[in-house]
Design a protein around this ligand. Structure first.
Ligand code: SAM
Length: 193
């Protein structure tokens, strides 16, 4: 039983783009109420549910409080964009590199389209910067946006760190016309020619 219908967006994107595998380390930004966390815990086997598969790790962060999700470490009541929050994440990682950064972070919508767009894009940049610095070679980033005039700049900035970036609209987010997800794969640290 998932805590929110948003779980189906992640399940749909993961099925199509194959982001989550047992054993991976996942940092999830904007985790409340915890539906993506539930999906991630099962997919990377962080509980671990499957004894014969490698055990992953899930760290979720949110401004709001989140009820515990077995198999995940939740840093709630924290702003992901604050440097001290990211330091806490790094402490929990204890030297392990991240394989996948997930961001379903969204600001409180003001109703002013351009403003909401700018605000969610700046959250996406926070996830991108964190991913570029802390993700293992070959890692990936999935990030929610509300589409608008800054979408293309964000995609081209993602392409400076990831070999492929795709914009996807899962059927599960049909109701929200400007919602889209960027799937960035194959992080590289050194530009290749
Ligand atoms: N993926 C979640 C799930 O499936 O349960 C739903 C996430 S909800 C759409 C967006 C969340 O982003 C909200 O809970 C909000 O508090 C969080 N958020 C927004 N800005 C944030 C920030 N700066 N740091 C941490 N979380 C943030």
């Amino acid at each position: 039983q998932y805590r929110a219908r948003s779980a189906f967006k992640l399940l749909e994107i993961d099925k199509r783009h194959r982001l989550l595998v047992p054993g991976q380390v996942v940092v999830e930004c904007g985790a409340a109420p915890g539906a993506w966390t539930q999906v991630a815990v099962a997919a990377v086997n962080s509980l671990p549910q499957a004894k014969n598969k490698s055990q992953g790790m899930v760290i979720g962060i949110d401004l709001q409080s989140v009820h515990p999700v077995p198999g995940a470490t939740l840093l709630d009541g924290r702003d992901f964009t604050a440097p001290q929050t990211q330091l806490q994440v790094l402490e929990l990682l204890n030297g392990r590199k991240v394989n996948v950064v997930l961001s379903d972070m969204a600001p409180k919508a003001s109703g002013i389209k351009g403003l909401d767009h700018e605000n969610i894009i700046s959250l996406a940049y926070a996830a991108l910067r964190f991913a570029a610095q802390n993700t293992a070679e070959g890692g990936s980033l999935l990030c929610k946006i509300w589409e608008g005039f800054m979408t293309h700049q964000l995609i081209s900035d993602m392409k400076r760190s990831f070999r492929t970036v795709k914009i996807v609209k899962p059927a599960a987010s049909r109701g929200d016309s400007s919602e889209a997800f960027l799937v960035a794969k194959e992080l590289f640290h050194e530009p290749t020619t």
